[in-house]
Design a protein around this ligand. Structure first.
Ligand code: A3D
Length: 319
């Protein structure tokens, strides 16, 4: 059986880490694409020289020509610019729209059957632009944010309660930004929901509230520390988890930015919701009943995504 082909569009901090993880997990042959000449080639060569040490056979290649992503099974997109300190995700909009249009064209021409995962910010708007530009079916184009946001939530909770991260489940709904909705009622330690754990004295309500806030600002916290870019290890690992679920038809239930057509009362937008990811891409959107507070928070998150998409449409209509 031929090896799968993974195309990584953008060979920056996340792109390089994606290539490393795809190789270490033997997901398939990797092509790193970037407009910067030499960068994808240099990273690919460095990683290829790591393969004998780690013992994987996947090939790694760098490219500046879209023809090299031909027939890729999975495309993970990080092309664009990342946030600098003091810069909001929305500031990235104008620049990254143009990047998504060129990447979308490259995908349309070379790998129209791929499963596409967008990471470029502002995420919920960029995945919308990318899907429009590449024209692939909406179940084959998703955004990565929820796996990362819920991993951040899980890490903070496990750290606070001094338990294994493996036993903490969490998920986050809504757009990727400070309006995201960490779902307290649906997050657990070994199946015990967080409100129950507050009653049991495992965590105080104040601490839980501060962890929810810290999760919402998880990206900005790292931007503030790094000063020259944004998080890349955990974002890369999160997208690889999604790619693996697709390639191996695992049908993991993961929070992703998925195209909604009526679910959660949203139509025609990408919003973070739990979905089943399998060989057909997004196989099912998991629609849970929300209480009043959750509905209000989600509605405000959806409004901010709508605002971003409207801004994209305006910029596109002028260009
Ligand atoms: P960075 O290390 O700057 O890499 C971006 C790469 O894109 C650079 O190598 C550029 O040369 C390349 N590039 C720019 N324009 C193009 C183009 N037109 N075609 C191909 N390549 C191009 O950034 P990064 O890897 O740290 O982050 C990449 C993106 O992910 C940014 O938009 C971040 O804001 C975003 N990000 C999202 C999350 C989410 O959870 C959604 C988390 C972290 C970062």
């Amino acid at each position: 059986m031929a090896r799968k082909k993974i195309a990584l569009v953008g060979a920056g901090n996340i792109g390089g880490t994606l290539a490393l993880l795809a190789g270490m997990k033997d997901l398939g042959d990797v092509v790193l694409f970037d407009i910067a000449e030499g960068v994808p080639q240099g990273k690919a060569l460095d990683l290829a020289q790591l393969s004998p040490v780690e013992g994987f056979d996947a090939s790694l290649k760098g490219a500046n020509d879209y023809a090299e992503i031909k027939d890729a099974d999975v495309v993970i997109v990080t092309a664009g610019i990342a946030r600098k300190p003091g810069m909001s995700r929305d500031d990235l909009l104008g620049i990254n729209i143009k990047v998504m249009q060129s990447v979308g064209e490259g995908i349309k021409q070379n790998c129209p059957n791929a499963f596409v995962i967008c990471i470029t910010n502002p995420l919920d708007a960029m995945v919308w632009v990318l899907q429009q530009a590449c024209g692939l079916p909406t179940n084959k184009v998703v955004g990565m944010a929820g796996v990362l946001d819920s991993a951040r939530f899980r890490h903070f909770l496990a750290d606070e309660m001094n338990v294994s991260v493996e036993d903490v489940t969490a998920f986050v709904l809504g757009g990727h930004g400070d309006t995201m909705v960490p779902m307290v009622r649906h997050s657990t330690v070994a199946g015990i929901a967080l409100p129950e754990l507050v009653k049991m004295g495992w965590i105080s309500q104040d601490k839980l509230d501060s962890i929810v806030e810290r999760t919402k600002n998880g990206g900005a916290e790292i931007v503030g520390l790094l000063k020259t870019g944004s998080a890349f290890y955990a974002p890369a690992a999160s997208a690889i988890l999604m790619a693996e679920s697709y390639l191996k038809d695992k049908r993991r239930v993961l929070p992703c930015a998925a195209y909604l057509e009526g679910q959660y009362g949203v139509d025609g937008l990408y919003v973070g919701v739990p979905v089943v990811l399998g060989a057909n891409g997004v196989e099912r959107v998991v629609e849970i009943e929300l209480d009043k507070t959750e509905s209000t928070l989600l509605a405000s998150s959806v409004e901010s995504v709508k605002g971003l998409v409207a801004a994209c449409k305006e910029i596109q209509s002028k260009s």
